[in-house]
Design a protein around this ligand. Structure first.
Ligand SMILES: NC(=O)C1=CN([C@@H]2O[C@H](COP(=O)(O)OP(=O)(O)OC[C@H]3O[C@@H](n4cnc5c(N)ncnc54)[C@H](OP(=O)(O)O)[C@@H]3O)[C@@H](O)[C@H]2O)C=CC1
Ligand SMILES: CC(C)CCC[C@@H](C)[C@H]1CC[C@H]2C3=C(CC[C@]12C)[C@@]1(C)CCC(=O)[C@@H](C)[C@@H]1CC3
Length: 340
């Protein structure tokens, strides 16, 4: 039977490279590119079809940062497919990143230098804002929209008789100290990216606890530092190209500088080939590239605990209920009590 695979944010970077790799692995796939911009999605589809001309590639309009878009996209998915084998939750943003150059130069001469390059700890801050649903944009995009999508697609992910998999794109930048359970959207901090990725780690653990018995398995990956639109938002692409030899040098010491989207998609590709029962719910699967350019995957234990992950799960379910009731009130105001 053909596998149904959905990839969010599939039109560029690691998501697009993953699609390419999955089609090379399994030419019978039914692959769905879930993107917010249909022109870019169409371009990605055309690019994939040039190397895989008989591939089954569908497009889906999905803005994970918008509740209305997630609900509409989920309806469309349920109309098109009767099960989902893999849901890659890859879309992500890091808006308005700022580098703390003072901390960078201080870090260069400290014994923590390798960790600094691998995790960017203490180097980056971002400016977040509220979106039109009244949610913090980074939280809404990197976490909540994807969670709502899973909830909407539960009939296709849970209890279909087969196992289904969700694979979250987290980061080695995820840090417990950037996350506050009393402010899960990170409305009053300066590290919304790190906070949202730490919340992803917690949520994946909770999903496994709540859904494994229904056949749904959740995993978390980090693609390493990859040259994509996300990193070109931190420093311009010409600068990254200029310092590429330095990056290859650093790779010898950290292995986390995967640098190309193809290398970055190693862990997502590897997970596609694994049996869900063999995976560790407390592990993050890292794409790594050695100094000699060899790709491999390493699982590392996440800094998470059951209690916090359970509290976050309940808080997010609560937020989901609030959001749903807002949507239903807005619909009643717009259409009256008529069936829609
Ligand atoms: N690059 C890196 O070094 C690292 C990346 N990651 C994670 O990997 C994932 C992929 O990022 P990467 O490939 O690097 O970056 P890109 O910016 O190249 O890709 C991000 C993708 O997500 C899409 N996207 C963003 N916001 C939304 C939205 N609201 N709805 C739907 N799609 C959206 C983008 O679409 P559009 O083209 O329309 O903007 C794009 O296709 C992210 O989750 C990122 O956090 C983790 C660690 C390191
Ligand atoms: C290498 C150069 C000489 C100088 C680059 C300094 C910084 C801009 C980078 C050092 C570590 C990088 C890093 C990220 C962004 C760019 C750096 C801060 C990430 C935060 C990008 C997104 C992620 O999710 C992380 C895994 C990256 C961790 C390392």
């Amino acid at each position: 039977m053909e596998k149904v695979v959905i990839v969010t944010g599939a039109n560029s970077g690691v998501g697009l490279a993953l699609c390419e790799r999955l089609l090379t692995e399994d030419s019978q796939l039914r692959l769905c590119l879930a993107c917010r911009n249909m022109q870019r999605a169409q371009a990605a589809r055309s690019a994939l079809l040039t190397s895989h001309n008989n591939a089954n590639i569908d497009l889906l309009h999905l803005d994970v940062g918008s509740v209305e878009s997630v609900l509409a996209a989920a309806q469309e998915v349920k109309a098109r497919y009767n099960r989902i084998d893999f849901l890659y939750l890859n879309a992500g943003i890091m808006p308005n990143p700022q580098i703390d150059f003072k901390a960078f130069f201080k870090g260069l001469f400290s014994k923590n230098v390798i960790n600094m390059f691998a995790t960017a700890e203490g180097l980056l801050s971002q400016q977040d804002r509220l979106n039109s649903d009244g949610l913090q944009e980074v939280f809404a995009t990197n976490l909540f929209g994807h969670f709502l999508l899973i909830r909407e697609l539960e009939p296709l992910l849970c209890g279909t008789g087969d196992t289904s998999r969700v694979v979250w794109s987290s980061s080695s930048n995820a840090r417990r100290s950037a996350f506050n359970i009393d402010d899960m959207q990170h409305s009053s901090g300066t590290e919304p990216y790190s906070s949202s990725k730490y919340a992803v780690d917690l949520l994946s653990l909770a999903l496994n606890r709540h859904k494994n018995n229904q056949g749904l398995f959740s995993s978390v990956i980090c693609p390493g530092l990859v040259m994509t639109n996300l990193t070109y938002g931190i420093l311009p692409s010409f600068f990254w190209t200029l310092i590429m030899p330095i990056m290859w040098l650093i790779r010898i010491f950290t292995n986390t500088f995967t640098l190309t989207p193809y290398n970055g998609a190693e862990a997502q590709h590897w997970l596609f080939l694994q049996k869900p029962e063999s995976l560790d719910p407390r592990a993050k699967y890292h794409s790594l590239t050695s100094g000699l350019g060899k790709n491999y995957v390493e699982s590392r234990q996440m800094d998470i605990d059951d209690e916090m992950s359970d509290v976050l799960y309940s808080n997010i379910i609560e937020l989901e209920q609030e959001v749903r009731s807002k949507v239903s009130k807005a619909n009643t105001a717009k259409y009256g009590n008529r069936e829609r």
